[in-house]
Design a protein around this ligand. Structure first.
Ligand code: SF4
Length: 447
């Protein structure tokens, strides 16, 4: 009988993507997916250290897994896997500590045949087992060189490493060939992507000129254009971008490439320049606002979303109000608002975390109130218009749900033909929008 595995994922889309590669790796080596964590021979926990709440979940979960399944082997990977304090705290429960960049040597640690040889792109070259049949994360790199003062990623994942353009494009081409409709290119910092041309073998009818051909480097705008030219009916999204690396070439590529969606997620993190300086973000609020203006001018109908942290060490009421002003000025569609919590080993962990919890919560609520209003105003503009929607599933009320190219959630009421409804999952359909809500839209299928 085959040995079985189960994966529990905590955290971001990079962790979800890593888990698809872990699943692919284990299945190539004879493991089968278990339908229960309590019966699996191997449980992999993909951890997140970006927020304290995510870390606390791990401390609760790991002992529980061992208690309900004493014979299980626990593999801990993700952001917490290299941290000495976490290793000390969980050492009696965890059997294998595996920073994700060491995935290729997992077989040795499990005492099984390793099989495949490693590639220059490291673990990113492993064949994944995709979770969805129509939407796929395609990692283009791993790690970060930016060292924002609050962030664990450069310590947890290491410095930036990028995959060959050739390998990425082959993965995208394979997915599109299998009928995938949404390709999400991901890395901690997609827009600092670079791949050297000497390794570049991929051939497609390419109507765009590779801009940096003289320097023999493929950068992110080039990669987008090349992926865009793969024949097929599909969308491309990408995440996450750093404002300092958001070049004019990249904005033009998004505007020109018909398969690239009109959605830019651009973390601002704060609206006050002194806080931005102490966060080591390397831009000012004025630069950021100017960038958004440019993006909106060049990419028709673009939707802009962001990340922001409230209660960073030393953030005064006056400094927070600069973030409030920026939110009112820019009118984001969506923002992931985090209450600051010090992260082990980072530069800001040495600063005094001096904003009380209740005040952080109040600041979060202030920004969410602005967002609800600005998102609703933007959504109202869609009423009476048609939008192409990628259907992601059916909710409990029997309504279809999906997203527009501009990352807006849409619910669609549909008649009683259940088979027809089920067949629409993973397809593009044309929807007439007839209602706007705070963060979503409602509509009907255009006949
Ligand atoms: S850019 Fe900053 S916030 Fe983003 S992963 Fe790198 S260090 Fe972390």
């Amino acid at each position: 009988m085959k040995k079985t595995y189960y994966i529990t994922i905590i955290g971001c889309q990079m962790n979800k993507s890593d888990s698809e590669r872990i699943a692919g790796y284990l299945e190539e080596r004879g493991y089968a997916l278990s339908d229960s964590r309590d019966k699996a021979d191997l449980v992999v926990v993909t951890t997140c250290g970006v927020r304290q709440s995510a870390e606390d979940r791990v401390y609760g979960l790991i002992p529980k897994i061992k208690k309900t399944n004493p014979k299980v082997k626990i593999i801990l990977t993700g952001c917490l896997s290299s941290r000495k304090d976490v290793r000390g705290r969980l050492k009696k429960y965890v059997d294998i500590w595996m920073p994700i960049t060491e995935l290729e040597s997992l077989a040795d640690k499990l005492g099984i045949e390793n099989g495949k040889s490693s590639s220059l792109s490291g673990y990113l070259a492993i064949n994944p087992k995709y979770n969805s049949k129509f939407s796929a994360f395609v990692p283009i790199g791993n790690g970060c060189d930016n060292f924002c003062s609050y962030c664990v990623v450069p310590y947890a994942r290491g410095r930036e490493v990028y995959r060959d353009a050739d390998e990425i494009l082959k993965e995208v081409e394979g997915l599109v060939g299998k009928g995938y409709r949404e390709i999400i290119l991901i890395a901690q910092n997609v827009n600092s992507y670079q791949s050297k041309i000497p390794n570049f073998k991929f051939q497609i009818p390419n109507k765009f000129k590779i801009q940096n051909s003289k320097s023999k480097i493929i950068n992110f705008p080039d990669l987008l254009k090349l992926a865009n030219d793969i024949p097929g009916d599909f969308w491309i999204r990408f995440s996450t971008s750093h404002p300092k690396d958001m070049s004019d070439d990249l904005i033009s590529a998004v505007a020109e490439c018909e398969n690239v969606c009109e959605h830019i997620h651009l973390p601002v993190q704060a609206g006050d320049n002194e806080i931005l300086r102490r966060m080591n973000r390397k831009y000012t609020a004025e630069y950021y606002a100017g960038l958004i203006k440019k993006i909106r001018r060049k990419i028709e109908g673009v939707c802009v979303t962001t990340d922001v942290i409230v209660g960073f060490p030393g953030e005064t009421e006056e400094q927070f109000n600069k973030t409030v002003d920026l939110f009112k000025q820019i009118k984001f569609y969506l923002a992931y608002v985090s209450q600051y919590s010090p992260r082990y080993g980072t530069a800001s962990a040495k600063m005094e975390d001096d904003t009380p919890k209740e005040e952080k919560k109040r600041r979060e609520d202030v920004l969410m109130d602005i967002l609800r209003k600005t998102a609703f105003e933007e959504n109202k503009k869609y009423i009476g218009k048609n939008a192409e929607v990628l259907i992601e599933g059916i909710n409990r009320k029997g309504e279809l749900f999906g997203k527009t190219r501009t990352f807006k959630n849409v619910k669609i009421r549909i008649g009683h033909n259940k088979l027809r409804v089920t067949n629409l999952v993973g397809k593009f359909i044309n929807v007439q929008i007839n209602k706007a809500e705070g963060f979503g839209l409602e509509g009907e299928v255009v006949k």
